[in-house]
Design a protein. Structure first.
Length: 287
């Protein structure tokens, strides 16, 4: 046990030095070429509220099937049992449906707030949660401007539940389950830049049909899930006061001014706890 503690204290002592010279090392590192994110375009004018996407998501991840249907006046939210929902709203153009799930921000606040990188923005675009790295702090829940990550409070082995845009399917060359099952074409999967072009072309081609705005184009610095609608988005329950700049941008000055000890301390404590735990198990086995 003593050896493990000493190793972690040495690591803690060198953390500040590493952060202090990080800029010098960073200047020598090769810059990665920009990666084109994948995303989803949801056109609510084509959605009929069938919930096929909800069922497909539940089947893909072994979650509970929908127990209720979209109703005007009832706001259904994602929770630990469902990663996406369809809601119904009475709008200025009649009843309209809207999809609610993770927006997979280009610069996600949840990933920025995660001390152990359990929440990760992948190179492909999806924002995923990795159980083996999570320390249970739930900072991702607090930081998300869209209130998406949900914690399994009633589970003996709690997890963070959120849409992961079927990351594993994308890696296998497939499209997300919700997109695959949408028979009305309300969901389109592709490169984000291409989806933006499609959305703009639809607005241009039918200006009277669409609200002239693409939600997700600039909200929170831009998201990988984009939305089209025939009415202003506030009529569909969207938070239209989300800032245009990404939320991690707000913390840059703070992170450069805070000593590394305070930034790395939670992660190091988690590692120290695990090392101590593993060593204690070995001691018991050797008795």
């Amino acid at each position: 046990m003593g050896t493990n503690r000493r190793n972690f204290l040495k690591l803690l002592g060198t953390a500040g030095f590493t952060m202090a010279v990080g800029k010098s090392f960073g200047a020598l590192a090769k810059k990665k070429s920009p990666v084109e994110f994948y995303g989803i375009l949801y056109d609510s004018t084509l959605c009929i509220g069938c919930q096929a996407c909800e069922y497909a998501c539940a089947e893909e991840y072994g979650l509970q099937e929908p127990q209720d249907e979209p109703q005007i006046g009832v706001v259904r939210k994602t929770d630990e049992t469902r990663r996406l929902v369809i809601n119904s709203y009475d709008t200025s153009k009649g009843e309209q449906y809207i999809r609610v799930a993770c927006n997979h921000c280009n610069q996600p606040a949840c990933a920025s707030a995660c001390l152990t990188k359990a929440m990760l923005k992948t190179e492909e675009g999806p924002v995923i949660w990795r159980e083996d790295k999570c320390m249970g702090c739930r900072y991702c829940m607090i930081s998300c401007p869209f209130d998406i990550p949900k914690f399994e409070y009633h589970s003996a082995n709690p997890k963070i539940q959120k849409c992961r845009m079927c990351y594993e399917r994308i890696q296998d060359g497939k499209i997300p389950a919700c997109v695959e099952t949408c028979s009305e074409g309300a969901l389109i999967f592709g490169k984000r830049s291409e989806l933006l072009e499609i959305a703009k072309q639809r607005i241009y081609a039918e200006p009277e049909k669409y609200n002239h705005e693409i939600y997700g184009e600039t909200e929170a610095g831009g998201t990988s899930v984009l939305y089209l609608a025939s009415v202003p988005f506030h009529e569909l329950g969207f938070n239209t006061k989300i800032q245009k700049t990404s939320y991690p941008e707000l913390t840059k000055g703070f992170l450069y001014s805070v000593p590394a000890i305070f930034v790395l301390w939670p992660a190091l404590l988690l590692g120290l706890r695990q090392a101590t735990k593993d060593n204690h198990i070995k001691e018991i086995e050797n008795e």
